[in-house]
Design a protein around this ligand. Structure first.
Ligand code: SF4
Length: 372
């Protein structure tokens, strides 16, 4: 289970705090730096590939930043190098994140090139089908561009496409949000991720808030928009399998589901995190410093996790899913669980797990913190 971070964007979106740099010419040097990291961590990658294949999570996820700003040759160099470690077998799931304007700008040959690379899943940052909202977010595409990009991806052979949407913006009306959900459904994606806008320190939005130019949407508006989303996507045949994720049957994201199940992963590139579960359970990460990474300086840091840390994390992640948790009882006193069941904050799944019902997913953070 490998994550490759591509830390470049052509411009910054208002809400975003992911680690990324404006394209500055470093992109040309980036593949060489990633190859250097792969060489250094070859044994760890080989061990991880065997372990994650056994766990049913033989996946590669190229995310960002904006992977689609890199030329295909750059991506191919890295994917081919990983292929030398793992062998010729295709990944169970190989996702590339793209932005609509790159797909439209680069066209069908680029899409076919991604296919030829071995990618079998695309995650596209659409965010909204309302042009005024897209401009406010400082996205580079418009609604028509998102539709065009989606068609190009389909025509280029991708039969597993996920799109991202954002709700809970203070000037997003219910009508605008309903229209965005309906347009998303009409495209026919296999997967939709929808996130409530949050104000992240360091984002352009946080600066607007400090200057008094934006204030958060009221909680009841966000809850209502989340509920509209759940209802419309359920009617359209999507399974709500994690708080922010909806999939047509058999199209749940394997890579992300494996994160939630705490399967070990290797993260490559500045800002990427890794988790290994050998004799010691270690979480490590590359510092957010592209210059140092390209210069070959040591940017790796790590922490050793205790069994309890891991158990708490695993239960918290599991409670965000429709599958729920099978070991909440190890961490939470029986009377608390009983009360949560009485209140309807928890229900039992047919397999006996404890889960938060969909109708209370929106307040899951407070339910989880009351339990653990
Ligand atoms: S949302 Fe994506 S494209 Fe926009 S700044 Fe963040 S990483 Fe870049």
């Amino acid at each position: 289970m490998i994550y490759l971070h591509i830390p470049f964007c052509k411009s910054f979106c208002l809400y975003c705090d992911f680690y990324s740099e404006i394209c500055n010419g470093f992109e040309a040097e980036y593949p060489r730096a990633v190859l250097r990291e792969i060489d250094k961590r070859e044994k760890e990658i080989a061990n991880n590939v065997s372990a994650s294949a056994l766990a049913g999570a033989d996946t590669l996820y190229i995310g960002g930043g904006t992977p689609s700003v890199l030329p295909l040759d750059a991506l191919r160099t890295i994917v081919d190098r990983l292929g030398k470690i793992r062998g010729p077998k295709a990944y169970d799931e190989f996702t590339v994140e793209v932005n609509p304007e790159d797909i439209v700008g680069k066209g069908i040959d680029y899409v076919r090139g991604l296919k030829a690379l071995g990618a079998n899943r695309i995650s596209m940052g659409v965010q909204s089908f309302d042009d005024s909202m897209l401009r406010w977010m400082n996205r580079r595409h418009d609604s028509a561009g998102a539709v065009k990009a989606f068609d190009l991806l389909r025509n280029g052979g991708f039969d597993n496409i996920s799109i991202d949407l954002i709700f809970g913006i203070s000037h997003l009306t219910d009508e605008m949000w309903a229209s965005t959900i309906e347009k998303a459904i009409a495209l026919g994606p296999e997967h939709i991720s929808a996130y409530q806008l949050s104000i992240e320190e360091g984002s352009g939005l946080a600066k607007l808030v400090k200057r008094g130019k934006y204030s958060e949407a009221p909680e009841e508006d966000c809850a209502r928009q989340y509920s509209m989303l759940c209802q419309k996507l359920s009617e359209a045949g999507f399974n709500h399998y994690e708080i922010s994720n909806f999939a047509k049957p058999d199209y749940e994201a394997r890579h992300n589901s494996a994160y939630w199940s705490r399967i070990p992963y290797v993260g490559l590139g500045p800002g990427a995190h890794s988790f290994s579960a050998g004799e010691r359970q270690i979480r490590s990460w590359n510092r957010d410093n592209l210059r140092d990474y390209i210069d070959g300086k040591d940017v790796r840091e790590e922490e050793i996790l205790t069994g309890e840390d891991l158990e708490i994390e695993a239960v918290m992640l599991a409670l965000r899913t429709s599958r729920g948790s099978d070991n909440l009882t190890d961490l939470c006193p029986p009377e608390k669980i009983h009360e949560a069941l009485q209140r309807g904050d928890l229900v039992r799944t047919p397999s006996g797990n404890l889960r938060i019902p969909e109708s209370r997913f929106f307040i899951s953070d407070s339910i989880i913190s009351s339990l653990i």
